[in-house]
Design a protein around this ligand. Structure first.
Ligand SMILES: [Fe+2]
Length: 433
């Protein structure tokens, strides 16, 4: 596909049935060893929010943001990517989702927080789910993670550029560690020494684990970008933010497309959805990666150190992307899926022009070069049985087939997509998101 194939810009076309989304709510993966997956997910920074037994054991995880669930781990025979859940703006938008090709009917969302869901299968056969009506939780940021930075100033007396002065007072320390924290906006005695001995105090987490705030974006690896890009921008308010190309010219191969949810003048994350199709390596369909926001630069590096100490495998990081300016840190989970800690994303709105990026030499603004080896198959490089692979191929699975509920039973091999296919190689990636 060339960029010119989508020069008609379907996101600019009027569509009275277009579903308005507010952003991602959660993402779902299937793991053969749920206990091992659980340990990684806790170490990554999630907090368990509930469990469901039955034919498919499921563990729900939350962050400290408003969404009641940000990650769903379901016990499945093979590693699987079940797709992202995006929140509809209104009940009417949820109902519009049932009109999308590949959509099922409205169902109850059997998650903590409840709500309703419409399961949809996109043109690549991947799951995307529209949710509405979940009971939100209180935003409960852990105290004392983000410190004000003292930056160069003409003089140390400049309180604007050097706001952190003196030492933490005992009262703040007491309230931050025992009573759940004081209000940093009102407390004039915070932001003193920049120490992190007490950064993680959320129940269920240990020192060194950086708490997750929210799921920020979900990456889908597809063989052909054009039908998926057309699908998401025709039926939803996804609008390209940046398109990154590969090859000798910017027309050669758009390998990455970053989409934000278009909320008019309201600013939203630089990208909530990413589609990837790489010119090298296996052109698989499945999960590219899912990204979860953490508090800041310090949290990012603290999490990096902790995951390293626990023996998990790093994929790429820490560095700062060009697209979205995101500070990234990618880790393999126990099944080979990539999860990203990120912080400091750009925000965009309807006035932000699409950036059609040309290939460039450097993959990041700063940070290590991207790994050259292809991403191994989820499951530690062990390929699933042939019948599972065939079930995940686009040839074997016609697009737009209504999906059955993921909320209950494990679907037998061959009757559902996916998904835990081999993510595309990003060995020659020019940028990432
Ligand atoms: Fe990302």
């Amino acid at each position: 596909m060339a960029i010119t194939d989508i020069d008609d810009q379907p996101w600019t076309k009027s569509n009275p049935h277009r579903v308005k989304l507010l952003g991602p709510a959660c993402v779902e993966y299937g793991h053969p060893n749920l206990d091992a997956a659980h340990k990684f997910l806790i170490d990554f920074g999630f907090v368990e929010a509930g469990r469901a037994e039955g034919p498919s054991r499921t563990i729900f995880y939350r962050g400290y943001g408003a969404q009641p669930v940000v990650y769903i781990a379901r016990e499945t025979p093979f590693p699987e990517f079940h797709g992202g859940y995006y929140e509809a703006a209104t009940h009417e938008d949820l109902m519009r989702a049932t009109l999308i090709p590949g959509a099922g009917k409205v169902e109850a969302l059997n998650h903590p927080g409840g709500g309703l869901v419409v399961h949809i299968k996109d043109p690549a056969g991947l799951g995307v789910h529209v949710v509405f009506g979940m009971m939100k939780r209180e935003f409960t940021p852990p105290p004392q993670i983000v410190k004000a930075y003292n930056v160069p100033a003409a003089a140390d007396t400049d309180i604007t550029y050097k706001p952190r002065r003196g030492r933490n007072h005992g009262k703040h320390y007491f309230f931050s560690t025992v009573r759940g924290g004081c209000d940093q906006r009102k407390c004039h005695k915070v932001h003193k020494y920049c120490r992190f001995t007490d950064i993680v105090i959320l129940p269920g987490l240990k020192p060194g684990i950086v708490p997750i705030h929210k799921v920020g974006h979900i990456g889908y690896a597809v063989r052909d970008l054009e039908p998926s890009a057309r699908f998401y921008t025709t039926h939803f308010n996804f609008k390209p933010t940046e398109v990154t190309s590969f090859g000798p010219s910017d027309k050669a191969w758009p390998g990455l497309m970053f989409f934000h949810v278009d909320l008019g003048q309201t600013y939203t994350d630089h990208h909530s959805l990413m589609l990837s199709s790489m010119p090298t390596g296996p052109q698989a369909t499945g999960s590219d990666h899912s990204a979860f926001e953490v508090e800041g630069l310090d949290a990012e590096f603290i999490g990096h150190d902790y995951l390293t100490q626990q023996g998990y495998k790093l994929y790429w990081g820490v560095g700062r992307h060009v697209e979205g300016s995101i500070v990234y840190d990618y880790w393999y989970d126990v099944d080979g899926f990539l999860l990203e800690h990120y912080t400091d994303s750009d925000l965009v709105n309807e006035d932000t022009p699409i950036h059609w990026a040309k290939p460039r030499k450097n993959a990041s603004s700063w940070g290590p070069q991207p790994p050259m080896e292809p991403i191994p198959a989820p499951g530690g490089g062990v390929q699933p049985p042939t019948e599972h692979l065939s079930a995940s191929s686009e040839e074997a699975q016609p697009p737009f087939e209504p999906i059955s509920s993921y909320c209950g039973e494990i679907q037998p091999p061959g009757e559902h997509i996916p998904i835990g296919g081999v993510p595309a190689s990003i060995g020659e990636v020019a940028s990432y998101g």
